[in-house]
Ligand binder design. Sequence first.
Ligand code: SF4
Length: 490
Amino acid sequence: MSAKTDDEKIRCDACPVMCFISDGRAGACDRYANHGGVLVRLDPLTVIEGGGPMVPFLGREWDGDIVQGDRPIVDGPIVEGPIVNGPMRNGPFVTAIGAGTTYPDYKPAPFIVSQMVGDADMITVVTEGIFSYCGVKVKIDTDRHIGEERAIVRVDGEAIGHVMTGEYGSKMLSLGGVDHLTGGTKKEGRVTCDALLALCNCEAVEMTIDDGVTLIVQAGRAPVIDGVPEKLMRVGCGSAAIGMFAQQWVAHVDEVVVVDDHITGVLTEHEAGKQLAMRPAGIRVTGRRSTPGRYFQVANPGTGWGGTDVTDPLTIIKSVDPKIAWPGLRLLMISTTGEQSAYFVLDGDLSPQPGEIPAPLRAIAERIADNCEPSLCSVLFMGGAGGSLRAGVTENPVGLTRSVKDALTRVTVGGAEAYVWPGGGITVMADVTRMPSNAFGYVPTPALVAPIEFTLRREDYAALGGHMDRIRPVEDVLTPAIRRLPRGAK
Ligand code: SF4
């Protein structure tokens, strides 16, 4: 790992930077240091103690970080979430956090650990991978318009990624990747690496979107859009909201328009209104009709009602049909989160006049808001482990790839479940909030350093050409120097 030089500096060869480190100093990445002539890894190896479910229901009492990392407590309503299993081991699970790297990858992984799990003799190979091909996918729960698809996302003026296709109730960003890390200027690479590192370690990052908004993104926290923290994710599109609440509205109102940038719903035209035998109301909205009661593009995208630029809902009323509508008609206009609503009654000229929203309709608006989940930012680390890193696991790298594809080898990132993409390579995605705190590091090449663990049966490890002579029993690595994370501990 190190070589002494004439002036007693140590050369670290844990990454291509090859720092010369004086006694008492750390290298450029602050991960390695020279302690009295010995090169040491500054972060202790992290072991997760205990098996079983590692991530609790959000609503249950929870006082530790384990694989949740330093996930912040969500402001606002608490929702019940699924139990997600951690490494599913009985006994300690050796993560790769603090393990060190295999660079330049001709040597076995820093820790190859054996452990009995029930009757199975399991091997876990841990290493901190240096990922120049990596990035994050960010899901931002909001309907607000943050910028056009393909718009550039910047930090400190540098391009670090772009806006992807929106998903149901959320906006998506693709940040990082090799083009920004290494394909642009030195500053672009450094800023991108810094932003990725902060996001992966659950820190807040402020970014701007070309011709769009300013955003603060932090994994597990509500997004802050143009200085305003987002509160709720929509209950559904306008059409879905009509479907969900039609039955409750029908006794209290003659028409409901659910304003939404995706699909604006008009209750009496909608199939739900028809099935409930509602009388047509003759209220026509702007936009392009998709199917009866479902309208696209009623307004421009924006940060107003339902992700549109609407601040006055009457602006999307195109006309009132005098042959169908009637004086006294009761009209409710509402957004997809229930946060905005307005009530009107048609006067003798069939002109909508604002009125006090009746209590039953207010209660339904509150129920819509109650049904909305808290708006959060989700950050998934994405990296490719199908390269030279495999040599740390096996003499026959493709053997690891095949073993992962055959589901014989389980891949985790800092103990967190990783999704392995189909197709070639070992391309993984993992939720950064399910990892212990500060699981990620960096090297100035620039690249992220991410923990990765491969777990498989001993016989399968032998079959793929594993470094069998480097296997150590787990007890061997459980020295007082390691960082143990018992359940409930920080
Ligand atoms: S940047 Fe870090 S890992 Fe790379 S050579 Fe320097 S001290 Fe070692």
